[in-house]
Design a protein around this ligand. Structure first.
Ligand SMILES: C[S@@+](CC[C@H](N)C(=O)[O-])C[C@H]1O[C@@H](n2cnc3c(N)ncnc32)[C@H](O)[C@@H]1O
Length: 271
């Protein structure tokens, strides 16, 4: 058994399927529900935090598609759920190309199932900590022409790369592969959000480190802004997930105190 496979059998929950459970999805197993329920017991707003992040992703993908982007590389894409990236992008541009990438093989096979017949979309099982394996992947190369503007989406995933050298290094490598006019989208668990200062934060982190193979952490607003080196931040810059270009129909959670959304969000244009 490889180290990764042995880690998976000892830590049977995954971030992808726990997130699916927070969002009310059906692509999760007993181990995921048990771990997610532990988190919700400590922090009942977790499902609302996930919904607000997902709503940001939807608004930002629409913004990118309306800005003329036709290629999307969605890293840490998770389980297929309401408002999938390809549905939003192809609503604006029917032949938009989308590559979903996730470390969780179940997320990839579930995504592959719902994509049958959509020849402009594919799901790939890979680890974004090795960007070259994604940039050189034949299925990625088949759909995405990196000499043309591409949006790289890193929604709620970089906090699963707590090592700074690895996280900033991988984003730098991805951005260097992009043509001018491309975009970087990031949402990220916040150090300044009330959650990171809550007495439960260490217990919440330990559920992820003990029950999944992807331990998590938080970064500050300045730390998230640092990922956007080499880009021009789109207005309003790095802000709370709920305050990034809010739109009609957004979930109403955290309207009185956006800090409670606990997630920094931003989009930058590669220059
Ligand atoms: C919280 S979910 C976010 C899903 C989606 N991006 C969203 O924002 O709605 C995080 C996802 O990142 C994936 N993930 C974590 N570490 C990863 C890695 N090193 N490479 C690829 N995917 C990863 C998890 O499997 C999970 O599906």
């Amino acid at each position: 058994m490889t180290d990764e496979a042995s880690d998976r059998s000892r830590k049977p929950a995954t971030a992808a399927r726990m997130y699916d459970y927070y969002l009310g999805g059906v692509h999760n197993f007993a181990a995921d529900r048990e771990a997610a329920e532990k988190i919700i017991a400590m922090q009942p707003t977790f499902p609302a935090i996930a919904r607000a992040n997902r709503a940001f992703l939807g608004r930002a993908v629409r913004f990118l598609a309306e800005s003329g982007v036709r290629q999307f590389l969605d890293l840490g894409s998770g389980m297929p759920t309401v408002g999938n990236v390809h549905e939003i992008a192809q609503d604006v541009t029917p032949d938009a190309r989308v590559v979903y990438v996730d470390i969780d093989p179940v997320a990839v096979s579930e995504s592959t199932d719902i994509l049958a017949g959509n020849r402009h979309v594919v799901a790939v099982n890979a680890d974004m900590r090795n960007p070259k394996s994604i940039l050189d992947h034949p299925q990625v190369r088949d759909l995405i022409d990196f000499s043309r503007p591409t949006a790289v989406l890193l929604a709620a995933v970089l906090h699963f790369v707590p090592d700074d050298d690895q996280a900033y290094g991988l984003v730098d490598e991805l951005r260097s592969a992009l043509a001018p006019g491309s975009y970087l989208l990031i949402s990220h668990a916040s150090t300044e959000g009330f959650l990171a200062s809550s007495e439960n934060v260490e217990a919440i982190k330990s559920v992820y480190s003990q029950q999944t193979a992807t331990p998590g952490g938080t970064r500050s607003q300045a730390g998230v802004e640092r990922f956007f080196a080499g880009t021009e931040l789109v207005e309003p810059g790095v802000t709370w997930s709920t305050t990034w270009r809010p739109a009609d129909g957004d979930p109403s959670d955290f309207a009185d105190d956006p800090r409670l959304s606990c997630i920094w969000a931003a989009v930058g244009k590669v220059v």
